[in-house]
Write a protein that binds this ligand. Structure first.
Ligand code: S3P
Length: 449
């Protein structure tokens, strides 16, 4: 919710090796989509393994405001009685998406082609983030957006009464933009086409098909073309949400940099649009084995056995960026503990996440005694080798869960403890982070004031 609450200072110290099994929570991207597609379907969708982080809870609340019946049945078990494509009611109040860019952009997409008006807001982080990237294509359908300067929230979106289908090439590699256009296309007549030059996470496409939409995907020289037939009747589904590879990244990376660690992280997605971090870590020399590959909740998954490793810096291919976009902060931490430099190019999208993640990581790493270089689109980290990071600093998290978790992971392997000024945003995506890391033997604690 937009309040974001009181700051919670936290500290991580090096100590015992990490051991045990890390069962990370449900995937955030898939959880948002399960609620949204359930709300756009006819009948009762049942979801298991839903991530009960604040971002997803805010989306659940928003779906209720648009008329869906969303009920928590038990831990991770939710039911959604949808209103059908085009059935959204006009919300009686402002829609508060809290910290979630995915929530607000996807929801704007699915209301943009209905004759209703809604006003959106979010926390101080979300109110800084650009919404023009979705309101520009939504205007092509006939929707009108009135927001703050720079396309910032709060923003009112007036949905198109007579929407027209759209053909749109996304100017930035963003699954949120692609998804907003596809969700808007659901209630437009005819065929909506999205072309993305670089493939981004494909959960919307996979799940739309699962809910009964007609979707064709072609890989062309100019990129991936997605064709959606408008005005389908989406049918309620059972959705088993697989575990989140972006949350798995934290225990995985912690085990790689804390000496003698050996952990198992079961059921981690190997979806090629999400697994760039694991490919990169293996190239750096990480000892990760991918055991028992199988399918769960429509996603390819494997159990990851991860042992402490002496790592070396690499050049991460820029073409891989979209498949690991949320993992660069924790990769930067691993890079600080590797020998030699790690070069991350083609990462300008990091500047418009929950915080400017290039800046947040660069400043925090410098404070911990790590040399970095950056430009608009690049982050370079000069690794100090295993056990080489001095630490001993307080890092600012800028209301960004992944910055908070990344520096806490670094504190498990640095010479002196590392503090973060505010770990409260961790609850947006990984409420069980502290308990899970403690279960592995990590020394992460709240700082008493
Ligand atoms: C997401 C897409 C990505 C990612 C975010 C989740 C999604 O954002 O960073 O955490 O669920 O579609 P962009 O689409 O802005 O790259």
């Amino acid at each position: 919710m937009s309040g974001h609450g009181e700051a919670i200072a936290m500290v991580a110290r090096s100590g015992a090796a990490l051991r045990g099994v890390a069962e990370v929570p449900g995937d955030k991207s898939i959880s948002h989509r399960a609620l949204i597609l359930g709300a756009l379907s006819v009948g009762e969708t049942r979801v298991s393994g839903l991530l009960e982080g604040q971002d997803v809870l805010d989306t659940a609340r928003a779906m209720r405001a648009f008329g869906a019946e969303v009920v928590r049945q038990g831990p991770g078990a939710w039911s959604v009685r949808g209103v059908g494509v085009g059935g959204f009611a006009e919300p009686a109040d402002v829609i508060d998406c809290g910290n979630s860019g995915t929530g607000v952009r996807l929801i704007m997409g699915c209301m943009a082609t209905s004759p209703i008006t809604a006003t959106f807001t979010g926390d101080a982080s979300l109110r800084k983030r650009p919404m023009g990237r979705v309101t520009v294509p939504l205007a092509l359908f006939g929707a009108e957006a009135y927001g703050r300067r720079g396309g910032r929230l709060p923003m009112t979106l007036v949905g198109a009464a007579d929407p027209v289908p759209v053909r749109y090439t996304t100017p930035v590699p963003s699954a949120q933009v692609k998804s907003a256009v596809l969700l808007a296309g659901l209630n437009a007549p005819g065929e909506t086409v999205v072309i993305e030059r670089e493939p981004t996470r494909d959960h919307t496409e996979r799940m739309l098909r699962g809910f009964g939409a007609q979707l064709e995907i072609e890989d062309l020289p100019e990129g991936r073309l997605i064709r959606l037939r408008g005005q389908p009747e989406l049918r309620a589904q059972s959705v088993a949400v697989p575990r989140d590879p972006s949350s798995a990244a934290f225990p995985v990376c912690a085990a790689l940099i804390v000496p003698k660690s050996d952990i198992l992280v079961p059921g981690v997605s190997q979806n090629p649009t999400r697994n760039g971090l694991f490919t990169t870590l293996v190239e750096m020399g990480a000892d990760i084995s991918f055991e028992t590959p199988r399918e769960e909740g429509g996603e390819p998954v494997a159990d990851l056995r991860v042992r402490f490793s002496n790592l070396r810096g690499i050049e991460v291919p820029p073409r891989r960026a979209a498949s690991m976009i949320d993992e660069y902060p924790v990769l930067a931490v691993v890079a600080a503990c590797a020998e030699g430099r790690t070069v991350m190019r083609g990462v300008r999208e990091l500047r418009v996440k929950e915080s400017d993640r290039i800046d947040a990581m660069a400043r925090g790493l410098e404070a911990c005694g790590v040399r970095v270089e950056e430009d608009e689109d690049t982050l370079i980290v000069y690794g100090l080798g295993a056990g080489g990071v001095p630490g001993g600093a307080t890092c600012a998290t800028h209301i960004d869960h992944r910055i908070a978790m990344s520096f806490l992971v670094l504190g498990l392997a640095s010479k002196l403890p590392i503090r973060v000024d505010d770990g409260s945003p961790i609850a947006t995506s990984f409420p069980a982070f502290e308990a899970l890391m403690a279960g592995l033997g990590a020394d992460i604690a709240r700082v008493q004031r």
